[in-house]
Design a protein around this ligand. Structure first.
Ligand SMILES: Cc1cc2nc3c(=O)[nH]c(=O)nc-3n(C[C@H](O)[C@H](O)[C@H](O)COP(=O)(O)OP(=O)(O)OC[C@H]3O[C@@H](n4cnc5c(N)ncnc54)[C@H](O)[C@@H]3O)c2cc1C
Length: 421
């Protein structure tokens, strides 16, 4: 997703853009080995959806026409957090639901329509090409057993969490960037459940110590719910049907068990994806970085997925890339882009990592003030069980329409800290 959105942004500013993808791509919403996470729930938050709409006008309609769903958080969803269900507030908070392969397909079709972008699939990035002081001047690729060099004014690494750029920098005498890793040991177990097509019901249970289990259930295409059950710090949901159903029944609200009971699992196999840690590469702090190279998306930061932030962060980073390049100067592009990307990543990191540190077993660098913020959030969420306006304020942060600091506005502080409002 980061690569597709980057290609769209670069197409405005460069004569030719080439997108390299190692998998074979089909004109169908199917999963593939390069994105194993695509078998699991992928929420596209409103900030990401609006950005995709800006980059690709008509994106949202195309998604719905291809089978996606638009739900209203305040009427269709139940969110269980801090041992209670969030109240429904007065705000209109839409959410577009689909499988990750469908989000990607709709985006890719739009990219394929851009005249100066070419997409080469079945084509493996092998190495960066360098010149002189090890600035990057292109890449070498392998396709059909042949190696080829592609020269470029700018190379953007959008290979995701397994990006090899940090190691490459170390091998080429650049300072190795600091990598922050916060261990949460979460695993997703995901199945489809049959869904009457007129039912849009959505449900989320977030873990809350000492309860390590949670889950999500969203209406996707083809009359299905995608249901993911997860647990942190080793409390993983089984991948056989009976164990999966028992895990669903162990959640603090009955919605998951009930829909399995009433409508039945549609999947024979249950996919699992282990996610050991939040991981952030601090490129913005590097003293030296090669000209001609940038990194975007999960290659900069990948977050505990239960807050569903990655695609939206990638979209907002793509906009920051546009602003960096549109400023005109070719000086310090990497430094300016990574600084801009930091403003996007910081908020998402604070939310994911901050909530992971509610668990004593979470290890890694803990942002200053985390415990104090968690105590305030805990109180806010208890208020949000009965106060729809506070619930709306929280949901606006989750869908990335507002920054986390908005939860400290006087109008919200007052409602949270004054008993009985
Ligand atoms: C279990 C799980 C659930 C998630 N749920 C959500 C969610 O609900 N909402 C959300 O917004 N985000 C979610 N995410 C995060 C989301 O998947 C990513 O943040 C998002 O896809 C952006 O990632 P990316 O494009 O940087 O990398 P990726 O999506 O990993 O894409 C990297 C691409 O690079 C290709 N590639 C890799 N190496 C090479 C190479 N050498 N040569 C050529 N091509 C190569 C891969 O094939 C792939 O297509 C989830 C992640 C996980 C693990």
């Amino acid at each position: 997703m980061a690569g597709l959105m980057t290609a769209r942004v670069l197409a405005d500013l460069f004569e030719r853009v080439t997108l390299i993808e190692k998998d074979a791509l089909r004109d169908a919403p199917v999963s593939r080995s390069g994105t194993p996470q695509a078998n699991h729930i992928h929420n596209l938050h409103e900030a990401g959806r609006q950005t995709l709409e800006d980059l690709f006008p008509g994106f949202s309609e195309a998604l719905l026409a291809a089978g996606g769903n638009r739900i209203e958080i305040n009427s269709d969803s139940r969110v269980f957090i801090e041992e209670g269900v969030l109240a429904h507030g007065p705000a209109q908070l839409p959410m577009y639901c689909a499988s990750r392969p469908l989000f990607e397909l709709v985006t890719r079709r739009r990219v394929e329509d851009i005249e100066n972008v070419s997409l080469r699939d079945n084509c493996q990035f092998v190495d960066y090409l360098t010149e002189g002081t090890a600035d990057v001047t292109g890449i070498s690729i392998r396709q059909d057993g042949r190696t080829e060099d592609i020269r470029a004014d700018l190379v953007v690494d959008a290979t995701g969490r397994t990006s090899r750029t940090p190691d490459w920098l170390a091998e080429h005498d650049y300072p190795m960037p600091t990598v922050d890793e916060v261990h949460i040991d979460v695993a997703y177990s995901t199945a489809f459940v049959n869904r009457p097509t007129d039912v849009q019901q959505t449900c989320v249970v977030l873990p809350n110590p000492p309860r390590k289990r949670g889950g999500g259930m969203f209406p996707v295409e083809n009359g299905r719910w995608m249901m993911t059950l997860f647990g942190v710090h080793g409390e993983h949901a089984p991948t056989e049907q009976a164990g999966f159903t028992d895990f669903a029944a162990s959640l603090p609200i009955s919605d998951f068990e009930r829909v399995i009971d009433e409508h039945g699992l549609a999947s024979e196999t249950i996919e699992q994806y282990p996610f050991p840690s939040n991981r952030r590469v601090r490129y913005e702090e590097a003293d030296r970085f090669p000209d001609g190279l940038l990194v975007i998306g999960d290659g900069i930061a990948s977050f505990n997925p239960i807050y569903g932030q990655g695609m939206s962060v990638a979209a907002l980073e793509a906009i920051q890339l546009h602003h960096t390049l549109a400023a005109g100067s070719s000086d310090d592009v990497a430094q300016r882009f990574f600084q801009r990307a930091t403003t996007v990543v910081d908020d998402a990191w604070m939310l994911a990592v901050g909530s992971d540190f509610q668990f004593g077993q979470t290890t890694g660098p803990k942002p200053t003030g985390t415990d104090l913020i968690n105590r305030y959030l805990s109180r806010l969420l208890r208020t949000a069980r009965t106060d729809g306006r506070v619930a709306d304020a929280f949901n606006r942060v989750i869908i990335m329409e507002e920054r986390p600091t908005s939860l400290f506005r006087p109008s919200i502080l007052w409602r949270v800290l004054t008993p009985g409002i």
